[in-house]
Structure formats: C-alpha cells, structure tokens
Design a protein around this ligand. Structure first.
Ligand code: XIL
Length: 595
C-alpha cells in the first residue's frame, strides 16, 4: 500500500515538474504570430449552436479559470456516427506557409455531470481534401488541464483556408475549452523547442491485456517446428552433433517504400541507402517511379529500379496502376472526361502496358489506389471500371498478387468509419464482380491520433473476413513525441504481425532526406536510427528472428521452433560439418543432414 502511495506521489510530482518545464519552455519562445481569430471560441460556440443536432454549444462564464473568464462548453446529448459529427469550427483569416512551425495552446475540463472528457483538436484545410496539420486527441478530468500541441503546417493555407475544430462527438459528455491560441513561429524555431503535452494511446501499458493475446497468436501463426536429423553416410544416427540454426529471411513481408533516387545514384549516401534496402527489407514498394505519370515520363527509370531490387533479392510491390483522381493521372487523361470510350481505352491500355512490361517480376501490385476519395474516373465510367482494371492486370501478369490500397482505415484513431465502410463496400463489390482482388492494402499513415490496439485488431478482423490477406502498405508515424512514436510503432507492428489475416508490414520510406514527411523517417539525414527505427530492427531481426545453437539427441534428432522463413542449418560432428538451406513454412519442416 505504502509503495503504491509513494509511486503515485512520485508520478504526480514528476508530472507536475514536467508541466512546469513545459510552461517554462513556452515562456522562453519569441512572440510568434497569432493565427487563431480573436474570440475564436465564442465564434465556435455560436456557429455550432446553429448547426448541430446532437447537443448544445454555449459560451459560458467560468469563474476562477486560469487566465480566461469565458469558455466554450460542448454538451453532447446524442453520440453522432463520427466524432466530427459534433465539432465546433472557426475559420482563420491568416495565411500559413507549408513548413511553418506552430503551436496550439488551450485548456480543457470535463463539465456538467461528466467526470471525464475526451476530444480532438484539429487544424485543417477548410475544404477538400481537408489536409490536416494537426489532429490531437486529448482527455481531461474535472480540473482545468493545459494542452500544448506543436505541429508543422503540412501545406500552404491561403486566406480563410484554415479551419480550427474541437471535436467532442466520441461520447455523451460535457466539456469546456478555454484560452485557445494558435501561434506560428515561422521557420526559425525547431519543432523540438516547443513545449508539448506528452501523447499516449490506449493499450500502451506494459500489462495491457492485448499483449498476451498477441504474443500467443504470434507463437501460433508466425512460428513452426523445424526438425533436424543428423546421420552418417552409412545411415547411422549421430546424437550429440552440434547444430547451428540461422534465419536468413522472413516469410512475412517486412519492407519500405524506396525512391529511384537515391537507389540508383552515385555517392556515399546512396551507398548506405542501398545497403539498408538490401540488408533489411525483403519486400519493397517503389514510392513514385511506377505511378502512371512517372512511368509514362521515364519508363527506363522504373525498369532500372525494379531490376536493381530483383538483383538484390528483394520482392517488388508495384505502386500503382490506377489512382483514379484527375490530379493523380497524366495531364491528358482528365481531358477525356467527356469521352468515356476513349477514357476507358486509355486506362485499360495503360494497365496492360505497365503490368505487361513487368510481367513475372512483380510480387504484388497495388492495382487501384485510394478509390474511396479518388472517384473522378468512377464518376465517368461507373464503378465497373475498377473490376475491369483488375481483370486487365490479371491477364497482363498472371503471377503478381493483386492488391487494392487505401488510407484512413487503421489510422485516424480508427474512428473514420465512413472511410472504412466505403472501402469495405468497394472491395466487396469488386469480389462480387469476380474481380481478382487478392490482397487488401491499408496504408497506415499515422499522426497524433493513435488508434487503440484493440481497435486495430477489430478493424483487421472485419476486413480479414473478406478472405484475402491484409498488408500495411505505407506505414509512417508523424508526432512530436519521440517516445510515443517508438512505443506506438512497436505496438502497432506487434498487433499487426500477430493478426492471422496479415501478410506484411511496409513502412513508407526510411531516410529523412528522402521522406515525404521527414519527421516520420526512421533514420536521420546523418544516418542515425531514431527510436522508432531501432524498434523496427529489434522486432524484425531480434525478437522475431530465430538464431540458435543446439545439439542432436536420441536418434540424431533435435526439434526447434522458429519464425517462418528461410534458414541455413549447420551440423557438426567430430571433424565433419555441413550447411544446408531450409525453408520453414506453416506446416513445419524436416531436414536430414548427412555427415
Ligand atoms: C506520395 C509520395 O511519398 C510522395 O513522394 C509524392 O510526392 C506523393 O505521393 N498515399 C499513396 C502514396 O498511395 O502513393 C503517396 O506517396 C502517399 C499517400
């Protein structure tokens, strides 16, 4: 008991010390530029009060609050389908340039009869595609808690382009928000200098229940028995022979997206880049060079990239044959929107051409990319075009495994049920139309909204029921808290690897200087592994990797359990030694070594 109290006190004291340290950091910052409009919260309350059907929005007096007298109160009476079904909204007049380092500061507390509150702060484009620079989920109790939310502008936002939101629709609750400020520090201050509220997620604790289930499932799904029998040329069994089991390769797909440059470049960085690709990945996606516009512009580059990967014994994921939004397609394609026959021909010709060009060389193709929100082509040709594209890809390359791929399924806190449902319907529709969909890609680009691990598992269960393997095709994580980035990467990889429906986990780039979100890269520009990069190596090449030494017993036999994949097994007895390759599949393997 005493220990518990002491531990509690220690934690409270360290949390308070940490908060004080964050406040001190805030005070040290230069003035910055105010982005949030004056009286933003009042405006939010008024706007929401007019539009919402799920509860009440008010601007109320709050006595004794730290530094403000009024607050936005959100009372959710009926839980909407999505958390953003109840969200307050303020438009900002200020322009923001991509890369500006920003900070949101606000206070929150549970109000009315609620003892706890749960909300999300969002900074996003006020129109489609609602590009988010921040989506910060927070929890609060009865006392006012201050939140520091640092982030980087993900794009240029013009005048009236920025929308700020507080979403409260995840539960029946009452919550108050006060003291909101959104400040830009331009590009002169580093993200790491800003104060922050530590992030966390459900399922992070060491004794979380899902961990045991995941560990059991990994043991069952990802390992098998390897039986080794050693005997002499005359057939005499050799007990006491030394056996060295060395894993060479995973059966499960572990890899990254790679870029033709630096892969094909000269110089020391390219050298290191190639070394990492060849030594740590068994399945790799070509990030941009196989996309339709890029392929048409420079097909030799795509050919060279694929050749390099194949020579390095790395399986290739082609990405992608059709990304059906006009802006994703070669310039002339949009001009065909009033000529359906010509559009259809242009698309199918391309699919046959590119899939045919790489026939037999591609392990997996992302055939259709992001069809939930990229619907330009379907609007002209109907959804049937997606099935036609799958069939054309199948004819052009009978060997490649054909995937569909989309974002917002596992990420976004797992809350974007609209996106999940639409994806599910599209896949089901394709299957009903007998389209050869053989794999489901879930991109997995994470920001601060970290999906609880049990929710990840639920979503995998749902899509797994469709009967084809699921792959995480584009994982990355972009948050300001390095510790949470490492922990969440470890836990997500574990939950995914443990789920029987999955077959691979691909990260979307690994080097800061060649990453679409540099802060998400596993390796810094100077080739230092970051915390979440180390996690990758610890799991893939230590925790889930079997290297062991043993010796044969009675009958010259020994049995070991190992992770599925390729091995070499060396046996030594007296002066004789021999090494043989073995593949360990789901049903186990048996190898006889003759000395
Ligand atoms: C991104 C690349 O990483 C960038 O280099 C490029 O400028 C734009 O595309 N979903 C996808 C990927 O399916 O193709 C996108 O890749 C990231 C989001």
């Amino acid at each position: 008991m005493l220990r518990c109290i002491l531990l509690f006190l220690a934690l409270t004291v360290s949390a308070l010390a940490d908060m004080a340290a964050q406040d001190a950091r805030f005070k040290k910052l230069p003035a910055g530029r105010e982005i949030s409009p004056p009286r933003a919260l009042e405006g939010m309350a008024l706007a929401l009060a007019k539009t919402n059907k799920h509860g009440i929005a008010e601007y109320v007096d709050v006595k004794g609050a730290p530094g403000f007298e009024k607050a936005l109160r959100m009372t959710v009476r009926k839980v909407p389908e999505n958390p953003w079904g109840f969200q307050s909204h303020a438009k900002c007049a200020a322009k923001v340039a991509k890369g500006e380092v920003m900070l949101a500061v606000f206070w929150a507390r549970a109000a009315g009869t609620s003892d706890e509150g749960e909300g999300t702060f969002v900074f996003e484009l006020a129109r489609e595609p609602y590009t988010k620079s921040s989506a910060f989920r927070f929890e609060c109790g009865k006392a006012w808690a201050r939140f520091y939310v640092p982030f980087v502008a993900a794009r240029d936002y013009g005048e009236d382009d920025v929308a700020l939101h507080f979403q409260a629709g995840s539960a029946k609750q009452a919550m108050e928000i006060g003291g909101l400020r959104v400040i830009s520090y331009g590009k002169g201050v580093a993200l790491g200098e800003l104060p922050y509220t530590p992030l966390t997620y459900k399922g992070r604790s060491a004794d979380a229940a899902w961990r045991k289930e995941a560990a059991d499932s990994i043991e069952k799904e990802r390992k098998a028995q390897l039986t080794i029998v050693v005997h002499s040329i005359s057939g005499k069994s050799l007990p006491g022979a030394q056996v060295r089991v060395r894993q060479q390769r995973h059966a499960y797909g572990f890899g990254s997206a790679v870029a033709a440059s630096p892969l094909l470049d000269e110089g020391p960085d390219a050298e290191i880049y190639r070394g990492i690709v060849a030594n740590s990945f068994n399945r790799v996606t070509v990030e941009n060079d196989m996309k339709w516009p890029e392929f048409e512009r420079n097909r030799q580059r795509a050919l060279d990239t694929v050749k390099w990967l194949r020579d390095a014994n790395v399986a290739v994921r082609g990405h992608n044959l059709l990304w059906p939004g006009w802006t994703r397609l070669p310039k002339d394609v949009a001009a065909l929107q009033d000529k359906p026959d010509a559009l259809r021909k242009r698309i199918l010709d391309h699919v046959r051409d590119e899939a045919g060009t790489f026939k037999g060389q591609i392990a997996e193709w992302d055939v259709v990319n992001e069809p939930v929100t990229n619907t330009d082509v379907q609007r002209v040709l109907g959804n049937g075009i997606l099935a036609e594209v799958f069939k054309a890809a199948r004819e052009a390359d009978p060997q490649a495994k054909l995937f569909i791929n989309d974002y917002g399924i596992l990420s976004h806190g797992g809350t974007d049920t609209e996106h999940q449902d639409a994806y599910f319907r599209i896949i089901k529709g394709l299957m009903d139309a007998k389209a050869p969909v053989q794999g489901i890609g879930m991109q997995g680009h994470f920001n601060e909204q970290l999906t609880p691990l049990t929710k990840v598992w639920e979503i995998l269960n749902r899509f797994g029921a469709l009967g084809v393997p699921i792959e995480i095709t584009e994982h990355d994580i972009n948050a300001w808290d390095d510790e949470v980035m490492a922990d969440y990467t470890r836990d997500l990889m574990t939950a995914v690897f443990a789920h029987p429906a999955t077959s691979g986990f691909i990260t979307w780039g690994f080097w800061e200087k060649r990453h679409w979100i540099p802060n998400a890269a596993q390796w810094t520009g100077a080739w230092q592994p970051r915390g979440h990069g180390k996690v990758w190596y610890d799991l893939v090449f230590k925790k889930w990797w079997t290297n062991l030494n043993t010796e044969t017993g009675r009958g010259g036999m020994t049995k070991v359990r190992g992770f599925l994949g390729e091995y070499t097994v060396e046996a030594r007895s007296g002066t004789k030694t021999k090494t043989v390759p073995v593949k360990l599949g789901k049903g186990g393997a048996r190898v006889e070594i003759e000395l």
